[in-house]
Design a protein around this ligand. Structure first.
Ligand code: AMP
Ligand code: MG
Length: 337
């Protein structure tokens, strides 16, 4: 299949919407990461998204709408708390989970009785949904388990030839996936930390829980191994990196730093010299992609302050590092899960 590269202008959006309407699949920019979209109401179209991503069928996808009014076709009911959250945070990186209408295809929700919906804060995404005239189901436009794409080049490097079209919208401004909150439980619960900080959500929902519940309502996408770079990633577990080490050739390793330059590594990337979590979030996946492409033996990541977007970034780093440990001169570098 040839993948069409479309401009993020009116002509490109009209062409992309036509692809969606004829049950094709299109990668498009949102404020969080690139999505791989299909007509949310057509199971066959959504199945093509799963096939292109090699995504397991037990992982539900988020449905994107262009206005809060569009949720009526997806959810059976819109409780007052959902309305308040939509008024406060939409358009934006907040996904809400509520019981679904029967007409939402089961493949979208992986058979769950709920559906996840959000309104993205990106002019191209909103124009595409409006032009298509229907909600668009879209997981991130990466191969399953790999790093989320924050630039159309990242989409092309993973999915060229597998998708009908890619809208070349350049870098995505937030850079971290949406926060997923389930309102289908007795007490609202965060299923995935993301681009909407928990601190902001707690101002509207003081009783918000963060521990994912066990059982059928647990969020399938929050598998421990997810968001993997191809290069092994190690999360630095406090303490200094040993100066010298028999086992580790530091020059063969890359270092992902939050704010300070580290020396002695083959390659060092600093997310935000000013220590700004929003800037770090916007650069997070693109920096990981860059390190991943640099031919390094390993990527070592420094922990990030766990507040605001730092919660979501540490969540992604822990998953990327899942289960790995490294011994170097008596030091243990390992993921703390
Ligand atoms: P993404 O790959 O960014 O589209 O991730 C979508 C994620 O949203 C899934 O992996 C789940 O964690 C979550 N999600 C989507 N739909 C539901 C749902 N109905 N119930 C619970 N979590 C959901
Ligand atoms: Mg994803």
């Amino acid at each position: 299949m040839e993948t069409q590269l479309l401009a993020p202008d009116e002509e490109g959006i009209v062409a992309a919407a036509a692809v969606i309407r004829r049950q094709g699949i299109v990668a498009f920019p949102t404020e969080t990461v690139y999505g791989l979209g299909a007509d949310a109401m057509v199971a066959r179209a959504v199945a093509r998204v799963f096939a292109a991503k090699e995504r397991p069928r037990f992982d539900p996808v988020i449905v994107h709408v262009a206005s809060p009014e569009d949720v009526g076709t997806l959810w059976t009911e819109v409780p007052p708390l959902a309305r308040r959250l939509m008024e406060t945070f939409w358009p934006g990186p907040l996904t809400l989970v509520l019981p679904r209408r029967r007409r939402v295809p089961a493949i979208v929700t992986a058979g769950l009785p709920t559906v996840a919906v959000r309104m993205p804060d990106h002019p191209v995404a909103l124009a595409l949904i409006r032009a298509a005239g229907r909600p668009i189901a879209a997981p991130s436009a990466n191969r399953f388990g790999r790093l989320s794409p924050t630039h159309h080049d990242d989409v092309l490097s993973q999915l060229a030839g597998q998708v009908d079209a890619v809208i070349a919208g350049g870098p995505t401004p937030v850079g971290i996936e949406s926060t997923v909150v389930s309102l289908a439980e007795e007490v609202p619960v965060v299923l995935r930390p993301g681009g909407t900080p928990l601190e902001a959500l707690r101002e509207v929902i003081p009783e918000l829980r963060t521990a994912p519940p066990l059982g059928p309502s647990a969020s399938p996408g929050t598998l421990p191994r997810h968001y993997l770079p191809a290069t092994p990633l190690f999360l630095l577990d406090h303490g200094p990196v040993p100066e010298r080490s028999e086992q580790v050739d530091r020059l063969a390793c890359g270092f992902l730093a939050f704010r300070e330059e580290w020396s002695g590594f083959g390659r060092v990337e600093v997310l935000s010299p000013g220590g700004d979590l929003v800037e770090a979030g916007a650069r997070f996946f693109s920096t990981l992609h860059r390190l991943d492409r640099a031919g390094l033996a390993a990527i070592i990541a420094e922990p990030i302050r766990e507040e605001g977007l730092g919660v979501a970034m540490m969540d992604r780093l822990r998953r990327a590092a899942a289960g790995r440990a490294y011994l170097g001169e008596g030091q243990v570098w390992m993921a703390r899960n």
